[in-house]
Design a protein around this ligand. Structure first.
Ligand code: ASP
Length: 308
């Protein structure tokens, strides 16, 4: 049975991906196509076009993709001026011997693969950046921020609010029973330039293995990196836990870090048969989307609440 599951902001990519799966397409193609749909949605401030920028006002994108048949994976981090980081990540997976390219090298690779440069910063994102920095710096200081020696105090002040504003995750199983996962984000708004979250880190924000299942995370990426969360969920399933138990256990791993640092974490996972489960430490639970071959349209499912 085919199925696809996405974080709540995944709707713009869901329909096309479901159609591909219905017609016998691969899970890998479906998750890439789904992520591209969200990356092109300029209304989504957390992914691709229209994503909120780093502290210097530059939009830096992170994305990763994984093929559960072979454990092949590709990722890009801090990639600028490219609308579809997920497709660049897929090229890294398929055209290189590497898994992760970042920054200038990732941009160079994207150009070599024929991706046209694109302005990603929307007027709205620019205005929000300017307003956020206005709470910390004078107008003149903002206009000269690129020349500033000390960025860290500015970033630290902006990060006080722990604005983990979102990422899109897609996990899919196709008619052959193959599974794949894709994650794409513009990361933490107003982050230090070059900061990578969990999304491009295979094992942290994304992991997928046909034999056991797949998992992906959103929110406080540093904590998912420190706990190796996505890989942990899949490993717990390998050790015999259900998808629900595996997510609960990965949340228990994160619990001391969430308690110490604040912020939140959401995990989405499927097992090898495509049973989905979502869990969150958020106060306001954001429903995730599930679509299977038995339904006409995606359904919203509330995640289980994990009390920190
Ligand atoms: N996990 C993402 C990151 O840390 C952000 C988010 O999902 O809110 O970059």
């Amino acid at each position: 049975m085919w199925m696809i599951v996405a974080s709540g902001n995944g709707a713009p990519g869901m329909e096309r991906a479901a159609q591909m799966l219905r017609e016998g397409g691969t899970a890998l193609d479906a998750v890439e196509e789904a992520a591209r749909g969200v990356e092109s949605n300029a209304q989504d401030e957390s992914v691709g076009l229209g994503g909120l920028p780093n502290v210097l006002g530059q939009v830096e994108l992170d994305a990763s993709i994984m093929d559960g048949r072979t454990l092949a994976a590709g990722a890009v981090g801090a990639l600028r001026d490219v609308e579809h980081p997920i497709s660049v990540a897929r090229r890294v997976m398929e055209r290189t011997a590497h898994v992760l390219l970042v920054g200038e090298g990732a941009g160079r690779f994207a150009a070599e693969m024929g991706f046209a440069p694109r302005e990603l910063r929307s007027e709205d994102a620019w205005r929000q950046w300017y307003e956020a920095l206005g709470g910390v710096l004078s107008r003149e200081e903002i206009d000269h921020i690129a020349q500033r020696q000390e960025l860290l105090p500015v970033v630290q002040e902006l990060m006080e609010e722990k604005l983990h504003h979102g990422t899109v995750n897609f996990l899919a199983r196709d008619q052959r029973g193959d599974i794949a996962s894709a994650v794409s984000t513009s990361g933490w708004p107003y982050k230090y330039p070059g900061r990578l979250g969990d999304s491009p880190i295979i094992g942290a924000g994304n992991y997928c293995d046909n034999r056991y299942g797949a998992a992906a995370c959103t929110h406080y990426g540093e904590l998912a990196i420190r706990c190796g969360t996505a890989r942990s969920v899949v490993l717990y399933m390998k050790m015999g836990m259900s998808v629900e138990e595996a997510c609960q256990e990965a949340m228990r791993d994160l619990q001391p870090l969430l308690a110490a640092h604040g912020g939140s974490m959401t995990i989405m996972a499927i097992d090898s048969k495509g049973h989905p489960f979502g869990i969150t430490s958020e106060l306001e639970e954001e429903a995730y989307l599930v679509m299977t071959e038995e339904w006409d349209s995606p359904r919203l499912v509330a995640p289980t609440r994990f009390l920190v």
